[in-house]
Ligand binder design. Sequence first.
Ligand SMILES: Cc1ncc(COP(=O)(O)O)c(C=O)c1O
Length: 393
Amino acid sequence: MDKETLLIHAARQTATAAHAVSVPLVRTSTTVFDSFDAYKKAQDGLVFDGPRYGRSGTSTTFELQRAMAQLADTETCIATSSGLAAITAVLAAHAGPARHILVSAGVYGPTRVFCDKELIPSGTEVEYFTPDADVSALLRETTSLVFVETPASLTMEMVDVPAVCAAAHARGVPVACDSTWGTPIFFDAHALGIDISVHAATKFINGHSDLLLGLITGTLDALAGVRAHCDRNGTHAAPDTCWLTLRGLRTLAVRMERHQSSALAVARWLRSRPAVQQVLYPALDTDPGHELWRSQFSGAAGPFTIELAPCSEDAFTRFIDRLTLFRLGTSWGGFESLVMPAVPHHLRALAMPADAPRLVRLHIGLESPRDLCDDLAPALSAMQHHPDTTLRD
Ligand SMILES: Cc1ncc(COP(=O)(O)O)c(C=O)c1O
């Protein structure tokens, strides 16, 4: 079945049983059992994708988890309270004194903060690597996980996923990936070798900017430790959020197509603006990550980053405040376009030269791309003509 069809028909068992097309929302803290045998199986953890106690989910949660596992073409899925909770569960399940975790340098800022402020102080060795690093040379006897995000948050560099997986697997080390940008529609993480794929479903998968949720996919084996960690820590998602996410998921494919076509249109238009020095978007053939993107992704999502000409705070403020359709906010993946000054976490400690370009992350929503360009044009022009802006020759 194609993914578009799967999205519509996957995980509707409880809907069919209720003579409905939409799955019932089941809210309960307490699960009751038909027999002592069923109770014992659930409490022994033999049934992970079925009722045990409210914290590990209800039938609504299990439907979403089944849909996502099918879409990602793997065995199982765990829903968590946020995307960050999914990331930290994966990292924490592989952490511990004398363990070593390799993390790609451009991961989402709070992922890095968790490594620096939680894992390292409690004895885990965390080592960051840049996209050009030879991962096989960095692996140690004690390496328990390689964690990547592709493309990198904000700086948009691509990771060579098959190369990283080959190096890690040759040493028996699992690879986890923050796959939020590509979603399973554009990025077949498990087919490329990723063992544990993490999604902030808060973004495209739900797509309606009204909840936070994380999803972790992989084989039963790959997720065994993560599931145990989530059970011990109460990391799971609430049924209401799972129900809304399942509703959003049904339209994911059409939304992704539209995000892609609009983002490409806006990105190409931006390339010709004098105030824009560079557009960091792997879907553009001018991007250094374009070949890797073509070989690993079947499409491109809405967010990308632009480098604006060096300018003063005042000129930059004029640009941001002039925008009306692009609202100023730190998220992405929803129906609405957003703008955010981008300060990549891994570059914060570096002294930036005074003539460094200003990075801005744009999320291209579902509005008309022409209206979005019309919104950007006067804002860019205000910045371009500001006396403090230095345009390239
Ligand atoms: C790439 C990426 N991963 C994970 C997250 C975290 O998701 P959440 O906001 O649901 O915790 C974000 C949020 O911005 C993100 O951009």
